[in-house]
Design a protein around this ligand. Structure first.
Ligand code: 5GP
Length: 205
């Protein structure tokens, strides 16, 4: 049903640079960011309805029960979910595709429901580098940083869920690779089959 939309899952351990890479991609291509629901409190600078729909646990549970989520998961002690209606929103806006920023559990669930979704996993060049980035971004308390760092190895262990891996060492290079994946995926035979068929119908014999 959603075959015409490019479904792009972008995942990584916290601090691997996923947000920066995703933002760049969204500036360059006709892709919509899927705004998840979360029970996590907003960080400084985050905007409700833009970064996330920030909701309380009760509202989140109601959405789960109503079957409104394509997937949901508990990550770092908070709940996160992807609304099915985001796919319709992207289609109505005439987008090439939609980008899901989810953890590996979300990636697995989205793939289970929507098998043609493409998974991209962003890797840090090293675990030491990841730890440094988590500390330097100054967004979280030391306890939260430690929890996120400890979870990084677990996330990386799940790299097999993804179709593409990008090592984010030099950000320009990683951004170019991500762009390349979107270029290639948007030229898939399945997507362009109607164009080819049209040519055959109208061509000379
Ligand atoms: P953060 O709190 O740093 O924004 O996100 C924490 C983790 O939750 C990240 O790995 C992010 O990809 C993941 N996440 C964000 N939204 C969703 C979602 O809708 N579903 C799932 N499964 N994970 C999500």
């Amino acid at each position: 049903m959603h075959d015409d939309l490019l479904l792009l899952i972008i995942s990584s351990p916290s601090g691997a640079g996923k947000t920066t890479l995703t933002k760049r991609l969204l500036e360059e291509r006709d892709l919509m960011f899927s705004v998840s629901h979360t029970t996590r409190p907003p960080r400084t600078g985050e905007v409700d309805g833009q970064d996330y729909h920030f909701v309380d646990r009760e509202t989140f549970d109601r959405e789960v029960e109503a079957g409104h989520f394509a997937e949901w998961a508990e990550v770092h002690g908070n709940f996160y979910g992807t609304s099915l209606s985001e796919l319709d929103r992207a289609r109505e806006a005439g987008m090439l595709g939609i980008v899901f920023d989810v953890d590996y559990q979300g990636a697995r669930q989205i793939k289970a429901h929507l098998p043609h979704a493409i998974g991209v996993f962003i890797l840090p060049p090293s675990l030491a580098d990841l730890e440094k980035r988590l500390e330097n971004r100054g967004l979280d308390t030391p306890e939260v940083i430690a929890r996120r760092f400890n979870k990084a190895r677990l996330e990386i262990e799940h790299y097999l869920f993804f179709d593409y891996l990008i090592v984010n060492d030099v950000v320009e290079e990683a951004a170019a690779r991500l762009r390349g994946i979107v270029h290639a995926e948007s030229s898939r035979r399945e997507r362009l089959a109607p164009t080819a068929e049209n040519l055959l119908r109208t061509g000379h014999t």
